[in-house]
Design a protein around this ligand. Structure first.
Ligand SMILES: [Zn+2]
Length: 530
């Protein structure tokens, strides 16, 4: 009898351990569902119509390296979701402030297996967008994957999905953010894992985190912080969502209106067959989420399956010889320049990321087999022209940067990058960095290659390059030769370039661009005083 009682006690203890510890994660989810109005309230949502405003900033397009973020865009949106089909439409009015003020009005439709954009949403348009009348295109695989991930992260119904799929919920270690420690669970959705943190008091979710890779800062956290919970039209939801990259707010979404179960016409959520048939499926694996998401913040995202070029418009990156031993890397959204010296190479710019950098390094090795890249000159610190620096540093290149930027790049090169899809993790802290005060000339006795820092409105410490024997200069972002006709008068960036050439005392015949192609310098210089 005593034995039986003891056995029963043991069984009870084991059972209670099982009920409290094993579904620990699920109990946080259940509590959050309850706090958000209960499963029934969430499950009655068949369609959801939301209006709101968005403000976005881009930290890696700042004026100063590591300095204040550039304000990128203010938008209004209307979003409708049909829960059963998993389709969402967002109608946007986006007022971009950077790189130049402009307004894009367009619509996105995101379904489980395809994505579509009606209208112009970017300066970097694909062949399909350019050839469609009215402008429209199907989303690339990376954009579809990123759109799906971010819609899921921000969804009010994420909690219900988590409750319905307990097999995809697992306990996570507590997470401390801003001095507060939150209990958390991991939630697997597709090949992505969200870490969902909960408020100890109210039980509501406070943050949804992914562990991302950023081409400048390496391993980063990307969070949405949920706040201002209100019950609208019977649904309890966070009216304020702030997205943080490594703790820095880069996007604020404010919900201004909510309608539950308002009728949604089917055609609103239907991708036209011409665009659906050939549309990409969502990408899996190493999607460069931060690139895809944040290039859209500034309205310059090239919506193509290849990250740096449109495979339908370009056969890919290629070298164009501008003069003996001077190769312009073109064919993509961003260019660079390879200059051959007697024993080594100098490369200007490491655009996009390490995959592009590896293409440049491979092409340089094939062309000049015995000459390593000794210097990588970064014209400026922006993510789209510097994001491939690690691949160069990993091969032993010295990084050459403009005045006031070396400390920034030292921090960048010290950041861990275990999630870099293109380059194995390694210690790059000892990478040599040369900070150019005003000018630096690399010489091998026959060829001089100069790096000149110029005053300009685009980025502090911006460098232009010059190969004196070939009379070829190189500039990024302040002039994109060949991308557009010259204006009638000098714009501030072009005036800065003309003044910079004078101050440097160089005499270029041509400029090669970090964007665009090659242009004669004389017609630009002739605009001075007009
Ligand atoms: Zn730039």
């Amino acid at each position: 009898m005593k034995r039986a009682a003891l056995l029963l006690a043991v069984i009870l203890v084991v059972a209670s351990c099982a009920t409290t510890s094993q579904p620990q994660g699920q109990s946080l989810v259940n509590r959050a569902v309850q706090a958000a109005g209960g499963a029934d309230a969430l499950a009655r949502v068949k369609t959801l119509s939301v209006q709101g405003t968005v403000r976005q900033w881009e930290p890696e397009q700042s004026m100063d390296a590591g300095g204040e973020m550039r304000f990128a865009c203010a938008s209004t949106f209307t979003m409708v979701t049909d829960v059963a089909s998993g389709a969402t439409r967002v109608d946007w009015v986006r007022n971009f402030q950077y790189p130049a003020p402009r307004t894009f009005t367009f619509s996105e439709i995101v379904t489980p297996d395809a994505g579509y954009v009606a209208g112009i949403d970017s300066n970097g348009r694909t062949k399909q967008s350019l050839e469609s009348n009215p402008p429209a295109h199907s989303m690339s695989a990376p954009r579809l994957a990123a759109s799906q991930r971010e819609l899921r992260r921000g969804s009010t119904l994420l909690l219900l999905d988590m409750q319905k799929n307990p097999d995809r919920v697992s306990p996570a270690a507590d997470v401390t953010v801003g001095g507060t420690t939150y209990p958390a669970v991991n939630y697997r959705a597709g090949d992505q894992t969200f870490t969902v943190m909960f408020d100890r008091g109210a039980g509501l979710p406070v943050r949804v985190r992914t562990l991302d890779y950023d081409n400048i800062w390496g391993d980063v956290t990307y969070d949405v912080a949920l706040a201002d919970w209100q019950t609208k039209d019977g649904l309890t939801m966070a009216m304020s969502r702030t997205y943080e990259l490594n703790g820095r707010p880069v996007m604020e979404i404010k919900t201004t209106d909510v309608k539950v179960n308002a009728p949604v016409a089917a055609e609103q959520l239907t991708i036209p067959p011409a665009f659906k048939t050939a549309a990409a499926k969502p990408a899996t694996g190493a999607v460069p989420y931060q690139w895809v998401i944040r290039r859209q913040f500034i309205g310059t995202y090239l919506d193509s399956d290849a990250i740096s070029y449109d495979p339908k418009a370009s056969p890919g990156l290629r070298l164009v010889e501008l003069a003996p031993g001077v190769q312009h890397v073109v064919g993509g959204s961003h260019n660079s320049l390879i200059v051959e010296m007697r024993d080594y190479l100098v490369v200007f710019d490491a655009p996009v990321g390490d995959a592009t950098a590896k293409w440049i390094l491979d092409a340089a090795r094939a062309k000049y087999p015995s000459k390593p890249v000794k210097y990588l000159v970064l014209t400026h610190h922006h993510m789209d022209h510097a994001g491939g620096l690690r691949a160069f540093a990993a091969q032993g290149a010295t990084i050459v940067t403009g005045k006031g930027t070396a400390a920034h790049f030292r921090r960048v090169l010290a950041a861990p990058f275990t999630r870099n899809p293109d380059l194995p993790s390694r210690d790059l802290k000892s990478t040599q960095i040369i900070e150019v005060g005003e000018r630096q000339v690399f010489s091998d006795g026959t060829r001089d290659v100069g790096a000149y820092v110029i005053d300009n409105p685009h980025a502090t410490g911006l460098i232009i390059g010059y190969v004196s024997d070939a009379k070829i200069a190189y500039a990024t972002d302040i002039w994109s030769p060949g991308a557009a006709p010259l204006p009638d008068k000098l714009t501030p960036p072009l005036a800065a370039l003309v003044a910079g050439v004078k101050k440097a005392g160089i005499a270029p015949a041509k400029f090669a661009g970090g964007h665009g192609s090659v242009g004669d310098y004389a017609p630009l210089a002739a605009l001075e005083g007009k």
